[in-house]
Write a new protein. Structure first.
Length: 392
């Protein structure tokens, strides 16, 4: 990476120093919080989403997964280790099966194993895109990493799966298809793959992905139980009702979507959905166009990531771990082709986004995240247009 790879003030020296300073500050703050909570006897460490994952995995090992969909029952179980957390379970048995081994370990060890292994896979994917030590420091200081660690969520896992899938769609269709099948643990994050695969005529990957999804659902239902599948299907309506409720302001503030942003502004549900799905339609069309005719792998992959983050109205802040992949692919493209006006500023805003989005939404009721992500899509479409014009 040469001195001018990222342009103007963000040169190699600063790209090396700034992330190290940020990581040092974050580690110092984290250590201070840990010591304070230990001295005060607080259970803050346990109060994250992983406490729910671990509890459900224990229920699965006991053969009681279906009880996880009973709100009050799960709440009692989770609060045995995390007294201040609220809990609901909307995942399908595919994820229940995937996390089942977590319950074999004590809670603290289970958290460390899950987060370190999935984070290692996540870092490996970004390294594959940008194999520079500066990129690893940039990633270590990325807010999406720290937000996901705090929530104890699966953002590292889903980002790693989508990254491996995108790398191998044409090179290793079986591996790509299996990763896509596994990604259906969160179906709203995999919904764009059929569009991309059909547009790029990746028929073998599409077939393997479809078979993997069906096989995973069959195996998980056989092991976990059909009653869990029925409960998961029934929970979809409950999840939607929860998110749409006027008392869900706390949810909307951690949902980086146009739907949540519109609801925070006080718009009616129908208008909020309309705004969101207009943007989602643009994202789908953009993915189709870019994947059908762009010669650039980096451009296609970045477009896929950004478009996926614009499609679902129910995205959460920890899903912004995916932004690191899009940023990395866009940096790679900029290094190879040069930078356009305003592109670097948008990428800096995207890098800061996980740190700032919730604070801004809670203090102003404005959701800036989807606006930044949409700006990234416009940059990618502009690059695609410029490339297409050069080929004419």
């Amino acid at each position: 990476m040469n001195t001018h790879a990222l342009g103007y003030w963000l040169n190699k020296k600063r790209l090396t120093i700034y992330p190290k300073i940020i990581v040092a500050v974050l580690l110092a703050v984290l250590m201070g919080i840990y010591v304070f909570l230990k001295l005060s006897g607080d259970n803050f460490y346990y109060a994250n989403d992983f406490s729910i994952f671990w509890t459900v995995s224990r229920l699965s090992l006991e053969g009681n997964t279906a009880k996880a969909y009973d709100y009050l029952y799960l709440l009692d179980k989770v609060r045995e280790i995390a007294p201040v957390i609220n809990s609901r379970w909307f995942y399908f048995p595919t994820y229940d099966l995937l996390i089942m081994p977590l319950g074999l370990l004590p809670y603290g060890m289970s958290y460390l194993v899950f987060m370190t292994t999935t984070m290692a896979a996540y870092f490996a994917v970004v390294w594959r895109i940008l194999p520079y030590k500066e990129a690893l420091w940039w990633l270590a200081a990325f807010g999406g990493v720290w937000i996901n660690l705090r929530f104890g969520q699966n953002g590292f896992l889903t980002a790693a799966l989508v990254g491996v899938a995108l790398f191998n769609i044409h090179k290793r269709p079986y591996l790509a298809g299996i990763c896509i099948g596994l990604l259906t643990i969160k179906p709203h994050l995999a919904i764009l793959f059929p569009v991309a695969l059909i547009a790029s005529k990746a028929w073998r990957t599409l077939l393997i992905a479809s078979l993997s999804c069906l096989l995973l659902m069959f195996i998980s239902t056989e092991i976990i139980g059909v009653e869990s599948l029925i409960a998961a299907i029934n929970s979809i309506a409950q999840a939607r009702e929860l998110i749409e409720n006027s008392e869900s302001v706390g949810f909307w503030q951690i949902m980086p979507t146009f739907f949540a942003g519109s609801m925070l502004l006080g718009l009616p549900i129908s208008v909020s959905y309309a705004i969101h799905y207009i943007i989602a339609t643009l994202a789908i069309i953009s993915t189709w166009v870019v994947w059908r005719s762009s010669p650039s792998d980096s451009l296609r992959c970045a477009t896929f990531i950004v478009a996926t983050l614009l499609i679902s109205p129910y995205l959460h802040i920890y899903d912004l771990t995916w932004l690191a992949l899009a940023i990395a692919w866009m940096i790679k493209t900029g290094m190879q082709e040069g930078w356009g006006k305003g592109e670097r500023e948008v990428l800096i805003a995207a890098w800061l986004l996980p740190f700032l989005d919730v604070s801004i939404s809670r203090s102003t009721d404005l959701q800036i995240a989807p606006i930044v992500v949409l700006a990234m899509l416009f940059i990618l479409l502009k690059r695609y247009r410029n490339t297409a014009l050069q080929l004419i």
